[in-house]
Design a protein around this ligand. Sequence first.
Ligand SMILES: [Zn+2]
Length: 372
Amino acid sequence: MIEFELIHEDTRTKARAGILRTPHGDIETPVFMPVGTKATVKAMTPDELTAIGAQIILGNTYHLYLRPGHDLIREAGGLHAFMGWEKPILTDSGGFQVFSLSDMRKITDEGVEFRSVVDGSTHFFTPEKVIEIEEAIGADIIMVLDECTAYPVERPDAERAVVRTYEWAKRCKDALTTDQALFGIVQGATYENLRKRSAELTVELDFPGYAIGGLSVGEPHSLMFEILDYTVPILPREKPRYVMGLGNPTSLIESIALGVDMFDCVLPTRVARNGMALTSEGKLNMRNARFARDYSPLDPAHDCYVCEKYSRAYIRHLVQAGEILGARLLTWHNLAYLIDTMADAREAIIEDRFAQFRDTYLSEHEKEFGIV
Ligand SMILES: [Zn+2]
């Protein structure tokens, strides 16, 4: 069970600051949720995540089902106990991975058949099966199985996905036997009336929270915000709203202004392993020769452990030498940077100066971060 309390709504934008209460602790929103795909946020221990202010992390149902298997996780006492993380967890439904990773998949109204990325074996996800897996994993917040469409998609296919997502959402709700908070997901691709219809249908089912799926899948930046602008207001004011798969700092700030409370993305951790830092100066490719003798902090405007202790020259050296510590330090900083940016945004909302905060942040960073 969760409870969502709105602390303040900005007067000039639709931004909100809230508290999401879960069985494993309170979450201050807006919030960025680091992704722990395979029961680990890559390169970070739970204590380190706590040190940088992570309030909730994600687990991926698809990956955990394939390896180590949800029965093993249940036997270990659930994902919290298994991975040693005592704060809230959210699991996705695995739908996105089934639709994006699997080379072979067959979708029917009953469910979706797919081939494992681990060993090529064949599996079948139904809404009921996904709820069984998510119950075994035991996250505080769990997601319905939805049909994700790619970009671009023809209207009849997008329409069918909306209907199927609604039917599957009903079945997920009926299958749930625990008091975990099950969130509905809005689909509808880039079609305004499909998005609105999907939002209305999902809201009718009365979930404790709502996600907007199928965004940030290659559509133009401006189109994504247009979709959020007309979809978010259909979702109930008193429930948390979550945009799945968004991690570009400027996109988060713009989405917060449209009334979104929760975000997740592999971006900060994935780009870290490629030698990229997200900083107040934008994206820095630490392989760049210009950092070879740069003994200044990674981000002079940031005060995390990494920025306090290590120079750009040292981090560049680690990345160039393929040292594990390079990926670890960049992961640490990138997550801390996003989490701190969310905390700054929250403070600005509470002090009713978010419009100014957004304008300043976007004018300083839009060019550097670009469109992701
Ligand atoms: Zn830092």
